[in-house]
Design a protein around this ligand. Structure first.
Ligand SMILES: C[S@@+](CC[C@H](N)C(=O)[O-])C[C@H]1O[C@@H](n2cnc3c(N)ncnc32)[C@H](O)[C@@H]1O
Length: 303
């Protein structure tokens, strides 16, 4: 497997405005990108202790997908423990780890990976802040159990003093005009004008064939899902790492919001696509689904 690095701290991005709905207009930023085709343990060992404000990733689920070899479950957990230990070493004192996982399936039996992996984070003294449910509408239907339509994100922090910015990730209130009906604030708008807390249940379409972000990768993150974590859990110029980067959805989400992006993947084809997406972002031609775009409702209640 060839190794390739793309790291040019002097590089600045240029904004190219576009009228297309989904194209990300990019203003000038000094955010850096460091992307390598490498095993994540090697990559992470080269990074400085405590340097990452956000480590956001989705590891393989040990299902035998194109990018992984199915192994014994205990071995899989052991390998995850090794990667999580490195992530814990790199975590900034006010930082967060977001581990996005679904289920491992063996002979029709379901093993939720968040349950298997939770103790590995606790071994490093990390504190769980949310177990976010990511729900989506599309996927195969199963015949002998209910069709799976959610996965989870385990959000841990190093300590009690952690970065959390609610305002940039507020979502529109259901009743923005609602007013206090009694008391000293009677007649005033009762909700926050910036919108409401997005809660711990996130409905965001998964990246299937006709999704605007679809690439060659069979299991990519929607960029909007990572954007919410980047905006909520980091500040501009912070470092964001994805140790199972795939085609760089986390890298794109970080760069879009002026955070430095670090990522690696074992597969050169995915790394190449990640670099192409970064370049498209620079050029202002990358198409991503807007973060808070309502989910399509066939009954016409949203678009
Ligand atoms: C579920 S996918 C992540 C996809 C990614 N979130 C995206 O949006 O493209 C898991 C990725 O981990 C990569 N991978 C598996 N083992 C790895 C390792 N030891 N080091 C680095 N990458 C690895 C696979 O090649 C695969 O692309």
């Amino acid at each position: 497997m060839a190794k390739r690095a793309a790291h040019d701290p002097r590089q600045e991005f240029c904004s190219v405005q576009s009228s297309h709905d989904n194209v990300v207009p990019l203003r000038r930023t000094r955010a850096r990108v460091t992307v390598e085709c490498k095993d994540n343990i090697d990559f992470m060992r080269s990074l400085e202790k405590g340097s990452m404000k956000l480590i956001v990733t989705s590891p393989p689920y040990n299902l035998g997908k194109a990018y992984e070899q199915r192994t014994d479950r205990d071995l899989y957990v052991e390998k995850q423990a090794e990667t999580i230990a490195e992530a814990a070493r790199l975590l900034h004192p006010q930082g967060s780890i977001c581990w996005q996982v679904g289920n491992h399936i063996d002979n029709g039996e379901v093993f939720p990976l968040d349950i298997l992996l939770y103790p590995l984070f606790k071994n490093h003294g990390l504190k769980l802040r949310n177990r976010i449910i990511w729900t989506f509408g599309h996927g195969l239907h199963t015949q002998r159990r209910f069709s799976g339509r959610h996965e989870t994100i385990l959000w841990f922090t190093r300590g009690d003093n952690y970065t959390f910015n609610l305002d940039p990730v507020r979502v529109p209130s259901k009743y923005p005009e609602k007013k206090h009906f009694k008391g000293p604030k009677r007649g005033q708008i009762s909700g926050n004008p910036l919108g409401k807390n997005p809660t711990d249940v996130w409905e965001i379409p998964n990246v299937k064939a006709n999704h605007v972000e679809k690439t060659i990768h069979p299991c990519q993150f929607p960029v909007g899902l990572v954007e919410r974590l980047v905006l909520g859990l980091t500040n501009p110029a912070d470092n964001v790492l994805d140790p199972y980067m795939g085609v760089g959805s986390s890298i794109v989400a970080a760069l879009k919001h002026d955070r430095n992006a670090f990522g690696c993947d074992l597969m050169q084809d995915y790394v190449d696509v990640a670099l192409e997406r970064v370049e498209a972002l620079r050029q202002g031609t990358l198409r991503t689904r807007p973060m808070n775009k309502p989910v399509y409702d066939p009954n016409g209640k949203s678009d």
